[in-house]
Design a protein. Structure first.
Length: 84
């Protein structure tokens, strides 16, 4: 069962922003509450996505000197086959 709960609240919104909200709601045929709720959901979704995108840097290792010159095919094969 999916139950939706709604809460009434009061927000102080700049007159210019409120005017744009009214016009956009009328243009889309939606209520101002629907637009504000959609905008907030989008904001929270984007924030959640950006938090997930932050990856830790990969670890770095110092492997020391190369064991073989990879341009030398025979030396490379010898090293891979344990002949060196």
């Amino acid at each position: 069962m999916d139950m939706a709960f709604h809460m009434k609240t009061t927000l102080n919104i700049d007159d210019t922003v409120m005017g744009r909200l009214r016009r956009e709601a009328a243009r889309q045929g939606k209520t101002m509450s629907e637009l504000v709720e959609s905008a907030l959901r989008l904001l929270f979704h984007e924030r959640k996505r950006s938090e997930k995108k932050k990856l830790r840097p990969l670890p770095r290792f110092h492997g020391g000197k190369p064991l073989v010159d990879i341009a030398d095919r025979n030396a490379l094969y010898d090293a891979m086959e344990g002949r060196r």
